[in-house]
Design a protein around this ligand. Structure first.
Ligand code: SF4
Ligand code: SF4
Length: 96
């Protein structure tokens, strides 16, 4: 299941998408994110019957991704996003 966290406004799309089919709840994204956007929860809010933990984006951050993620915004001399890089199962996509 694709879990979308974020919003769209006049300046663009600001979404983090977690493919819960690939997420194993390891928490590496939470460790890598400088803005502490991710958490790992035992019960998937989108799939309560899921047997393993899953990553989510913290509720109080979801409507602030443009600002929270600003320090990672891709430029020609900036490396790939830490969250995307940290996820070994390639479960994370960012609208950037
Ligand atoms: S790093 Fe990837 S697999 Fe691990 S908790 Fe985060 S989204 Fe899930
Ligand atoms: S882009 Fe940066 S601040 Fe935003 S979720 Fe990924 S690691 Fe965290």
């Amino acid at each position: 299941m694709l879990a979308h966290y974020g919003y769209q406004d006049a300046s663009g799309d600001f979404f983090i998408t977690i493919d819960t089919g690939f997420c194993n709840g390891c928490g590496d994204c939470a460790d890598a994110c400088p803005a502490k956007l991710f958490g790992v929860v035992e019960e998937d809010p989108n799939d309560p019957l899921r047997p393993e933990p899953v990553a989510i984006v913290a509720g109080d951050k979801r409507n602030r991704l443009k600002y929270e993620c600003h320090s990672c915004k891709p430029t020609s001399n900036r490396p790939p996003l830490p969250c995307v890089e940290a996820c070994k199962t390639r479960a994370i996509q960012h609208s950037w």
